[in-house]
Design a protein around this ligand. Structure first.
Ligand code: CA
Length: 220
């Protein structure tokens, strides 16, 4: 799952990035409104965290432009503590949720996970299929009740496929959702990660559609 953070305060941006990265999310940072809009329009993010007070172009304008351009990516806005009108303006402009500064990182990341789940149409935080369970809160993976160690990339691939279960996902789409903007994207490595997942989790969880991609059949 790939997240854009649009935040011009470097310390805060870096704290958010560190927190979300440690939870297995792939994170890009935009430092002004123009960059936020460009990345939001050209990269397939799963959630955008958008500070409203951005230089060059303010967050509300960025949000309105993204929505009028057809983007339906979930957007969580960061607002000043006591400015309730900002929250109203943001929600009315198409934001899905908000957090007021200052906030606890745990609350922000819980809200991000909830937005990811909601976009995927899943109400509960644990996916279970063919004896494999994946807890989106902790990234813990279990097979028949036994905890399995996965690398960060393996978790990223598994998480994306579970959140998109029932839908064929191409290697290219997977690579766009697990690598950063400036990351070295090689869709061939995706096949390596999937093979390792099949070895660790059983061969019947992730189905390969030859030449097209991968699918986890609908999760109950
Ligand atoms: Ca700001």
């Amino acid at each position: 799952m790939r997240i854009l953070i649009a935040e011009d305060e470097p310390v805060l941006a870096s704290q958010i990035k560190t927190t979300l990265s440690s939870e297995g999310l792939t994170v890009d940072v935009a430092v002004d409104g123009a960059e936020a809009q460009y990345l939001g329009e050209t990269e397939p993010y799963d959630v955008i965290i958008l500070d409203l007070g951005l230089p060059i172009r303010d967050g509300i304008t960025v949000l309105k432009n993204l929505r009028s351009g057809g983007s339906d990516t979930p957007v969580l806005i960061l607002t000043a503590r006591n400015d309730w009108t900002d929250r109203v303006d943001g929600l009315d402009a198409g934001a899905d949720d908000y957090v007021s500064k200052p906030f606890h990182m745990a609350e922000l990341s819980a809200r991000v996970r909830a937005l990811i789940r909601r976009k995927a149409g899943k109400a509960t935080p644990v996916f279970t299929k063919n004896g494999v369970s994946f807890d989106t809160r902790t990234n813990q993976v279990m097979v028949d009740g036994v905890s399995i160690n996965l690398t960060a990339q393996e978790v990223a691939v598994l998480s994306y496929l579970f959140h998109n279960s029932g839908r064929l996902v191409s290697r290219n789409e997977l690579s766009e959702h697990i690598y950063q903007y400036e990351g070295d994207r090689d869709s061939n490595t995706i096949a390596v990660f999937v093979n390792r997942l099949r070895n660790k989790l059983g061969s019947d969880l992730i189905e390969t559609v030859r030449g097209r991609g991968y699918v986890i059949k609908v999760v109950a």
